[in-house]
Design a binder for this molecule. Structure first.
Ligand code: ADP
Length: 174
């Protein structure tokens, strides 16, 4: 029987507890032999972290999963899914506002790659408001006044460390 591979494409710039929660819940369903966390390029957002930095964060947070691989891709997600032999694209749904874009993308991907389906997972209520952009705004505006404990509610420890290093160069955390 062929291996069942899923890709979870996102920019992970940086990875948040919302992404980690999604990865954990999908993994626990044991639907796939391999889940490829695919770091993509988002044309509408200039990158904050390099690919190597994002890969390092993702490798740290997924160290306990042996069926997860971290990769980078460019071009269309549907083409990458085909190239990678994936049967499924995993996406998360947070607010109603995610629906329109996600449905459009899922339909387009299915048209380009009819053998590839999109699997939507609802965001957990406590992370439904959380995005990488919000995390970076919090860091740029006021992280120095926030405790690690508060920041760990939204991002994993390795991300707190790398965000402090990037946005608080004099914090001595580097
Ligand atoms: P992109 O910039 O490519 O949209 P993101 O990292 O912002 O990448 O998000 C990509 C995927 O991760 C989407 O499917 C999104 O719904 C999901 N996601 C992002 N944040 C969360 C969250 N807090 N909870 C669940 N899913 C999330």
């Amino acid at each position: 029987m062929s291996r069942k591979i899923a890709i979870f494409p996102a920019s992970f710039d940086p990875v948040t507890n919302g992404h980690v929660d999604l990865i954990d819940r999908i993994s626990r369903l044991a639907l796939f032999d391999e889940i490829v966390i695919a770091i993509g390029i988002n044309l509408s957002k200039p990158p904050r972290f390099t690919f190597e930095e994002r890969k390092e964060m993702l490798e740290t947070v997924t160290a306990n999963y042996n069926h997860i691989t971290i990769e980078q891709y460019s071009g269309l997600t549907a083409h990458y899914a085909l190239e990678r032999g994936a049967c499924t694209v995993i996406r998360g749904l947070r607010e109603m506002s995610d629906f329109e874009d996600e449905f459009q993308m899922a339909r387009m991907n299915h048209q380009i790659a009819p053998g590839v389906d999109t699997l939507f997972m609802m965001a957990s209520a406590k992370y439904a408001y959380l995005s990488s952009t919000l995390v970076v705004e919090i860091f740029q505006m006021g992280s120095t006044k926030m405790s690690d404990e508060k920041l760990l509610e939204i991002v994993p420890p390795v991300v707190v460390k790398m965000l402090r290093k990037k946005f608080e160069p004099s914090s001595g955390n580097g």
